[in-house]
Design a protein around this ligand. Structure first.
Ligand code: GRF
Length: 207
């Protein structure tokens, strides 16, 4: 049986990316990381991919100033590596409409808060945790969702709650959620690869 081919996107530190790469090696995820695409050529995430001998490609407004050209280059790169499922593992750009539609219901994102309540433009990094704490929530979450044309908008595929403690700071909450993101993202991709999660069914149910 041939393994599911993953296309991975990352912009920064790449701890989620690392968790996915490690899980493909130890067999928790029955998939092959086919390519890692980054919009920031100096990102630690790309170093992690290179260290794991995964092909890396830098595609950004620097390589393709026209958004439509960038969108086309991304789709072409994914297709040329035979990608079947995409995981945005800390990718801070929005994918273009061509790529989203070519891989409809096959693009996952991980978000460090409950959706749809705490998602959308601007709700990323430490700021999203600040907003959750300011709202007086008693719990937050790590969320994996399908990607559509809008930020943090597609149907939720998996969500794991994370309790907020009275002494939490945005930093402490971020660190605790980050660890849960790693587990949840790996488990979710693993279940998709094993056929236990049907993304088309989730999308259809969400309408
Ligand atoms: C994660 O919190 C993820 O939810 C968000 O960006 C962060 C990336 O962290 N989309 P890392 O690069 O995986 O360490």
């Amino acid at each position: 049986m041939s393994l599911l081919r993953l296309g991975l996107f990352a912009s920064g530190t790449g701890t989620n990316l690392q968790a996915i790469l490690d899980s493909c090696v130890d067999g928790t995820i029955k998939a092959t990381p086919a390519v890692v695409i980054g919009n920031n050529s100096g990102a630690m995430a790309l170093d992690r991919a290179r260290r794991a001998s995964i092909p890396t490609v830098h595609l950004s407004s620097k390589t393709h100033p026209e958004p439509a050209d960038l969108d086309e280059a991304i789709e072409t790169t994914l297709r040329s590596h035979g990608v079947e499922l995409i995981a945005l593992a800390g990718y801070n750009k929005r994918l273009g409409p061509r790529t989203v539609s070519a891989f409809r219901n096959r693009i996952l994102n991980v978000h460090p808060a409950p959706l749809p309540a705490y998602g959308g433009p601007g709700l990323y990094g430490l700021h999203v945790h600040e907003v959750v704490l300011e709202a007086g929530e008693v719990q937050s979450a790590a969320t994996v969702h399908l990607v559509d044309e809008e930020y943090d908008h597609g149907p939720v595929v998996a969500e794991r709650p994370v309790r907020i403690t009275p002494d939490d700071t945005p930093e402490s909450l971020q660190a605790r959620i980050r660890a849960v993101e790693h587990e949840l993202f790996v488990e979710t991709i693993g279940k998709i690869a094993d056929g236990e999660i049907d993304l088309d069914e989730i999308a259809a149910r969400a309408g």
